[in-house]
Design a protein around this ligand. Structure first.
Ligand SMILES: [Zn+2]
Length: 387
């Protein structure tokens, strides 16, 4: 197995708990990659020899971003809806049906090409792991094919047949829940690691969501929830009650919701590019962090409420708009995402972890928040290889 020594690292964010809490930063650092994993991490002057050496010329290195929430299997876009929203039309869950119609009409090749394009866009911005949801098919066949397409590019696939009630079932939501928990789940489960429900007015209520999540759990899927995005609701409590890995959005929380997240260990996924793109109030990240809740930052890249794939943008927004420190934001975009996906092999730069990293054209990780909108990622490595 060939080993590569990366040196000339001005600042290295390790997220290695053995090196302290939080991001743990090393100055003038080096790492050795052996095959797909990190073999050694430390100070440049202690670096062991390796087969090859690459001098990064004084750049910062962070763990590859772990984007734990994205909807990439779709066709069409909703730029007109965005433009209307910017002149005052409020966002609602109903716009999803526009994308459902376009997605059903697309060929497998068109959907796969769009996913590949977006994943490549993410790689260029330092994302090394992405979770991809279905949810724009809403038939047995269309949900299964969306997950099969997603599974070709990531292991983190999520069945979201319960995105909204399919248009054919507009007058029979109970019938749609039966479809989702029955034949649709059967067809989706072989391609999915997770099941998710959009718990919101206009989407699914607590009883419907409990039925869908419980059915997914019985099939061996892990649980994720779209919770408390547009208003107070039962999503967070349900996620905590059922032992979900993540409750994502968390924009409108009661004190009881925050307490439940803190005591259950459910990761709160914050998606600030959604609030940016819908001109909505941001979640209260400080309240969650101060209560001891584990926070992940993710893009929620989708054609409706947020058509950005940029984790650096999420970091900048988290710092500027949600008062997270740059260190908290970078941790949440890497180790936080890994926690949300219940993975311990990613989100950190430490011996044994998968060799995923982003090289920044900057002297430290602080520049991710300090230089918003600037393409700072100069190189991305996935499993030890330039991506
Ligand atoms: Zn989402």
């Amino acid at each position: 197995m060939t080993s590569v020594l990366l040196t000339g690292i001005s600042s290295l964010v390790t997220n290695d708990p053995r090196r302290g809490t939080g991001i743990a930063e090393l100055r003038d650092a080096a790492v050795v990659i052996e095959g797909r994993t990190f073999a050694w991490v430390g100070s440049r002057r202690d670096a062991p020899p390796a087969d090859d050496a690459v001098d990064l010329g004084g750049r910062a290195v962070v763990p590859g971003f772990v984007d734990s929430h994205a909807h990439l299997v779709f066709a069409g876009d909703r730029a007109e809806e965005f433009a209307a929203r910017m002149t005052g039309t409020p966002y609602s869950a109903g716009g999803i049906r526009t994308t459902v119609a376009a997605t059903r009409q697309a060929t497998d090749e068109q959907l796969a090409a769009n996913v590949a394009r977006l994943v490549a866009e993410m790689r260029r911005q330092g994302t090394t792991t992405v979770e991809i949801k279905s949810g724009y098919g809403l038939t047995v066949t269309d949900e299964a094919r969306a997950l099969a397409i997603a599974h070709d590019v990531t292991d983190e696939t999520t069945f979201l047949g319960a995105h909204v009630v399919a248009p054919e079932y507009a007058d029979d939501p109970a019938g749609y829940v039966d479809l989702v928990t029955g034949p649709m789940l059967d067809a989706a489960a072989p391609h999915a690691r997770w099941v998710d429900v959009f718990v919101e007015r206009g989407a699914f209520d607590a009883d419907q969501a409990r039925a869908i999540l419980s059915a997914g759990k019985a099939k061996g899927l892990g649980l994720r929830v779209h919770a408390n995005q547009l208003g107070d609701g039962p999503g967070v409590q349900l996620a905590c009650e059922l032992g979900a890995a993540a409750a994502d959005h968390c924009t409108h929380l009661t004190g009881a919701d925050v307490d439940a997240l803190a005591s259950s260990g459910v990761v709160a996924g914050l998606l600030p590019a959604v609030e940016f793109s819908t001109r909505s109030p941001y979640p209260d990240a400080r309240r969650l962090l101060d209560a001891g809740v584990t926070v992940a930052l993710a893009s929620d890249c989708n054609p409706g409420s947020c058509y950005s794939s940029s984790m650096p943008l999420c970091i900048a927004l988290a710092v500027r708009e949600m008062r997270m420190t740059p260190a908290e934001a970078v941790w949440s975009a890497t180790a936080g995402g890994a926690a949300s996906l219940r993975r311990d092999d990613i989100g950190r730069i430490a011996p044994g972890a998968r060799a995923d990293l982003a090289v920044l054209d900057a002297p430290s990780y602080l520049h991710l928040a300090y230089r918003p909108g600037v393409p700072l990622v100069s190189q991305t490595f996935v499993a030890g290889r330039p991506a």
